[in-house]
Write a protein of this length. Sequence first.
Length: 146
Amino acid sequence: MTERLDVRALNRATLARQFLLERTDVSVLDAVGHLCGLQAQEPQEPFVGLWSRVSSFDPSELSRLLEQRAVVRLHLMRRTVHLVTAEDAWNWRPRHQVLLRQRILGVYARDLTGLDLDELAAQARAEVQERWSETRMAPRDVTDHA
């Protein structure tokens, strides 16, 4: 028979899974992947969140990962900006897109009247693809997840 966790045990397990009971020795990239995203509404938030969790955290490592686009900040869960691995961003964003688009349309309907959002998205993808091609930093074709 499976043992049922009491509230305290569940709380401790949740904190441990989030590296909040003790700091971990994993890399910054592995920590971001393990956590499935960190709050990143403000640019400094992931730095504090990782400093609290990773024993050998070096802020320049996170800066490097951001510059190399190995981790990215984007609207994702609950329309909140999160820091996630680039791979998670590619995989998760399409799953959140419908909800995010509906919410944007609900909030900004008057401001978006007459604007073709599909055309705007196509132009934005073309611009991003061109800029990434110029810098040679595109991990893959941005139209893969249109």
